[in-house]
Design a protein. Structure first.
Length: 1123
């Protein structure tokens, strides 16, 4: 029986192989009859038609299908590549239905193959990489297939890549077609079809590399490695399960399953994060000149300069501990002009400032108007250090950032937890700023309730009051709060320290004023709220936008550390993406969906689309200019420490590139550093003066906006303490200024009204109804008389109290805290998760609300709080105060909800509470009352909070991207040379090949690609006949003999004349003589000549532009080192 099965399977295999072989021998359509008449020698059924090198590097399970798909034998017995060339080759895979168990699992574990043969497939004209050969235009020709098949890492597994071997006709140098010298000669449309980044040991698909380009929190090589491990494992398990499921259909009671299964191919491990970083670095280095050019192509009229230390802690390796500061320069729309690492501030920034001045001068840009700094704004002796560093910009106005000024004043406060700290900072902001009256009135009209800090900062403009008025108001403020204490007698100020601070800081009052004539606000959009259109503004005042950028800058480098090269590539990639996003936001109609970071491909596609359609397919919002040579990031640091910065991984992937074997391995248990990060130095959070209890849980989210640390405080002052009603801001201070009525006059209806804590009338009716409801706590029922009483009291309520409640939002799209709206916790929060937690704070608790969501519920809770001032003892058991209050409230709620008549005749809304919301509401109320009591002994802020004159008109978004005067960055885009290769053909004189060079590309593309043999080329007679006829027609008549010249010279001249005549007959223009090319420096992008500051000493190259030394200094150092 077993023998019969074996014979049957063998017969079926032979029949299937014969069908495949007959199909592979069929000629494609369109081939000449001479080609169809030449039968090829078919291999034996078990013969593998693979080059010897492929057999060693290609896994065995891939041998059979690759052999059948790509190779065949000619009559001469030579191994030949198929004529029907394409890039991607997919394996046949397993059969749809098996009639017997598969003997091997190979078909279930096949991987696709990428065949990279640009010379054979496209007849692409490729030149030798040697300078002498490149200068003479010597072309490469095919010399077989490369011996190694590469394994390429993909998202779901691995695929394989093979390529051709090319040889120079002159120097006989051989190159694999996947080397960088070959790829750089391809035009973008052909170059973009190459799918991988190659290293010496392994290769990586570009789709995997693209996942590392995003500079967001958590996008690290370790995270990608773990993601790939999971996907590879799932893919391998899927293949294994499919194979085993096929075997399962043939398992019977008499069959031993272990005899059916064959050993499974082992899963290839994913290379470690270090290798992924090396691949990413190689990808960055191919785009390095463009990235540097984009960074140095940003300008602005309002600049900001600020420094941070946090990011320097991530610099590891040889550069660890060498950087003290990271200094950034930004513009008014949030872009970053420069980012450098320095060992010191002050004079250490002079080269950076000189580079910025030179950048503006080269581009013909107008110098900036204002510079905001955090230090060195002025000097007692005249011009400050910041202005001195930009000495060529004599009209530059230097201003001190307001947030830093207020932080200096706040140093004199004993503690930021003091009850009066918030009111003090709010009034300090009011001493400096005044709001635009029109913007405030518009916002008040749109809002049903008091505007929040966020709304004020987003929809209202403000300006500084002036130096004299600001100084007077701050002095009055310090005098008012100097003796202020809390209820325990702790003062707000350290008096001696505050007096000293004010003595030294008052000279900066002029430095914080708005520059005259400067437009600081730009309208970036509008929203409709309450039927009113509210504009949205972006403010250019201060360096707070750079403070926000520092938060993202720290995220550019994932994890806790990076060496100098990886730090630099993270920084450059992050700066380019940041600036592009800011540029898109500054253009009317711009969208993040339109961003494209592939500059070369974008320029190439736009050139073609302009030629054919007259439009751009993709808008470049930051058109790069020529790289100015300014040092960026770690390069700047190394120029101060005389350390050489290396950025080269080699051009040939078949030569060792320095990646170690251990880089291919990894540890999944390693820590990325996204937990328990030290948050020292976090900016102080300034809280609002009036804290609403529903906002207690998200009180950090109500911190001020990035334009200044005090907008929330000013908002509190605007709500609570404006001087008069004539200025459009309601206030209890305005009421106190009214004349008091005499006792003899009868009280009016308005004077008999009771106002609640929110300022709305009818609070007395709310309290009466609440007291009536509290009487129900001792009963489990309600009488009809009580129902009549409650209905009567309900009817007396105002319409606002009877209306539907608006509950505060239970969650935010993102929970934010801190100075720049960043959570102190590094864990991601899903919207709604925080509110879900509140539903399970205690046993039986539901989706609770805060009591002050309703004035009636708040009055009920206040009455219960008076009944239970502390925890109770019931039957010898201590009961929590909030548990007792919550118990009585639930009794009242149940009685009301269980009364059909009461629910029908009223609209009482007694929502669910829990102990957490009760305690939060009570604590916030107590703190607010304490702050109000303490402020009663402090003089009321009397200066108006809104400006008497309207602010200057705002600027608007740009209609189209801004173009600058710098020379445009020239992308190295080679011309399309497909179809122009002079392919070497065996059996024909060399003149035929020369004639083929002069043929237009279109004439060559029309024919089928020439058949290729592994080891040598196979002639395509029809194609060559066409080329020969074309060349013969174009041969000119014989010319009379001239002066005697060497035979080889005469031959070259004759061939050149023939080629020129053939090109003229086809209408082609004469090509210009190729100019002698120079070696180009990878650091500065200039030719390696003495004119551009280059030199070499015993094989070591030197670039003066990027090293900060002269050639003579470097030569002397090298000579001393040789001694």
């Amino acid at each position: 029986m077993r023998r019969c099965l074996f014979c049957g399977s063998r017969s079926l295999f032979l029949l299937c192989f014969a069908a495949v072989a007959s199909q592979s021998t069929s000629q494609p359509e369109g081939l000449p009859s001479s080609e169809r008449a030449a039968p090829k020698k078919q291999p034996a059924p078990t013969e593998l038609l693979l080059p010897e090198g492929w057999k060693q590097t290609l896994p065995k399970e891939q041998h059979l299908w690759v052999s059948k798909a790509l190779f065949s034998r000619e009559k001469s017995g030579r191994l030949a590549l198929t004529k029907n060339l394409r890039l991607w080759w997919s394996p046949p895979g397993p059969r749809p239905l098996y009639s017997q168990p598969p003997s091997k699992p190979d078909a279930f574990f096949h991987s696709r193959l990428f065949l990279w043969v640009p010379y054979r497939m496209w007849a692409y004209k490729l030149l030798c990489s040697q300078p002498n050969c490149r200068r003479r235009g010597v072309q490469l020709t095919a010399c077989g297939m490369y011996k190694t098949v590469r394994r390429v890492l993909d998202l779901n597994g691995w695929y394989f890549m093979a390529t051709e071997y090319l040889e120079c006709r002159s120097c006989k140098k051989k190159l694999a077609a996947w080397s960088r010298d070959i790829l750089n000669q391809l035009d973008p449309s052909h170059r973009d079809q190459f799918p991988a980044v190659l290293t010496y040991r392994l290769s990586c698909d570009r789709e995997v590399v693209r996942l590392l380009r995003g500079r967001t929190l958590g996008n690290s090589a370790t995270a990608l490695y773990r993601h790939l491990c999971v996907r590879h494992k799932e893919h391998w398990l899927s293949q294994s399960a499919l194979y085993l499921s096929v075997l399962k259909t043939f398992v019977t009671q008499d069959t031993d399953p272990s005899r059916l299964v064959a050993p499974l191919p082992q899963m290839v491990p994913v290379p470690g994060p270090s290798w992924l970083l090396s691949v990413y670095a190689k990808d960055i280095l191919t785009r390095l000149p463009e990235l540097k050019a984009r960074v140095t192509s940003v300008y602005g009229s309002i600049l900001k300069m600020d420094s941070t230390k946090k990011i320097t802690k991530k610099l590891a390796g040889d550069a660890a501990g060498t950087a003290a500061w990271v200094t950034d320069v930004g513009n008014e729309i949030g872009q970053v002009l420069m980012c450098v690492l320095t060992e010191r501030e002050g004079n250490g920034l002079l080269p950076m400032c000189s580079g910025l001045v030179d950048r503006y001068r080269r581009a013909g840009e107008a110098p900036p108007q204002v510079l905001y700094v955090d230090r060195d704004c002025c000097s007692a002796g005249g011009k400050g250090k910041a202005a001195a560093m930009f000495s060529e910009w004599d009209q530059l106005v230097v201003r001190l950032d307001l947030w830093h000024f207020m932080r200096r004043i706040a140093v004199g406060v004993t503690t930021d937890c003091h009850p009066l700290y918030g009111p003090f900072m709010g009034r300090l902001s009011a001493c400096i700023f005044e709001w635009d009256a029109g913007d405030v009135e518009r916002l008040k009209e749109a809002c049903d309730c008091k505007p929040t800090a966020q709304e004020l900062a987003r929809h209202c403009r403000r300006r500084t009051r002036g130096a004299r008025e600001t100084k007077e108001l701050i002095e009055q403020l310090l005098e008012d709060f100097m003796e202020a204490t809390d209820t325990m007698g702790v003062g707000l100020f350290d008096k001696d320290r505050m007096n000293e601070i004010w003595r030294t800081q008052q000279r900066h009052i002029d430095c914080i004023q708005d520059p005259p004539g400067a437009q600081l606000y730009r309208k970036i959009g509008q929203v409709t709220k309450g039927g009113v259109i509210l504009p949205q503004y972006r403010c250019a005042r201060g360096s707070t936008s750079l403070e926000s950028f520092h938060l993202h800058l720290n995220r550019f480098v994932p994890g806790t550390s990076a060496n100098d090269l990886h730090f630099q590539m993270y920084l450059l990639e992050g700066l380019v993406q940041w600036n592009e996003a800011r540029a898109v936001a500054a253009v009317e109609g711009g969208s993040r969906k339109d961003i494209c970071y592939g500059g070369q491909l974008q320029r190439y596609a736009n050139t073609l689309s302009q030629q054919f359609m007259g439009l751009n397919l993709a808008e470049d919002y930051t058109s790069p200019g020529e790289y100015t040579g300014e040092l960026i990031g770690v390069e700047y640091l190394y120029s101060q420490t005389s350390i050489t910065f290396g950025e080269d991984f080699g051009d040939d992937p078949d030569i060792p590139d320095g990646i170690q074997e251990q880089d291919l391995e990894s540890d999944l248990e390693s820590d990325e550093g996204f937990a328990d990060i030290d948050m020292d130095g976090e900016p102080l959070e300034i809280m609002a003066l009036s804290l609403e209890p529903p906002e207690q849980v998200q009180q950090q989210a109500e911190a001020i906006q990035p334009r200044g640390p005090s907008s929330a405080q000013t908002e509190s002052s605007l709500r609570d303490e404006p001087p008069t009603q004539s200025q459009g801001v309601p206030s209890h201070a305005a009421e106190s200024s009214l004349p008091e009525p005499t006792i003899d006059e009868p009280p009016t209806q308005g004077q008999m009204e009771s106002l609640g804590p929110d300022g709305k009338p009818g609070y007395d009716h709310v309290v009466r109804l609440a007291n009536s409801l509290v009487d129900l706590r001792s009963k489990g029922f309600i009488t009809q008389q009580k129902v009549d009483e409650i209905v009567t009291l309900w009817d007396k309520l105002s319409e606002d109290d009877k209306g539907a409640l608006i509950y505060p939002a239970r969650h935010r799209e993102r929970l934010v805290k801190g100075r720049f709206k960043v959570s102190h916790s590094k864990t991601n929060v899903t919207p709604g998760a925080d509110s879900l937690k509140r539903c399970f704070l205690g046993e039986g608790s539901g989706p609770a609300q805060w009591p002050n969501a309703s004035r009636l519920v708040e009055a009920v809770c206040l009455a219960l709080c008076r009944i239970y001032p502390a925890r109770q003892t019931v039957a010898g058991v201590r009961v929590n105060r909030w548990a007792a209050i919550l118990r009585d409230y639930r009794i009242i709620r149940d009685v009301v909800l269980d009364s059909p008549r009461l629910m029908a005749e009223t609209q009482l809304q007694l929502f669910e509470l829990n102990q957490q919301t009760l305690s939060q509401w009570h604590n916030a109320r107590i703190k607010k009352q304490e702050s109000e009591v303490l402020q009663q002994g402090i003089r009321t802020f009397a200066s108006p909070l809104v400006a008497s004159e309207p602010l200057p008109p705002v600027m608007f978004k740009h209609v189209e991207p801004v173009r600058h005067g710098h020379p445009a960055y020239e992308f190295d885009i080679p011309a399309d040379a497909s179809g122009q290769a002079a392919q070497r053909v065996r059996g024909q004189p060399s003149s035929v090949g020369a004639a083929a060079v002069a043929m237009p590309a279109a004439a060559q593309v029309r024919g089928q690609p020439p058949p290729v043999q592994v080891g040598f080329a196979v002639p395509d007679t029809a194609h060559l006949r066409q080329a020969t006829d074309t060349a013969a027609i174009a041969v000119p008549a014989a010319t009379p003999p001239g002066p005697k010249v060497p035979r080889t010279t005469a031959w070259r001249r004759r061939k050149a004349a023939e080629a020129a005549e053939a090109a003229a007959a086809q209408g082609a223009t004469k090509k210009k003589r190729q100019q002698t090319e120079q070696y180009v420096c990878q650091k500065c992008g200039q030719p390696k000549t003495k004119e551009f500051g280059h030199s070499q000493f015993r094989g070591v190259h030197f670039c003066a532009k990027t090293s900060g030394k002269t050639v003579e200094q470097w030569t002397e150092e090298m000579r001393r080192g040789q001694r």
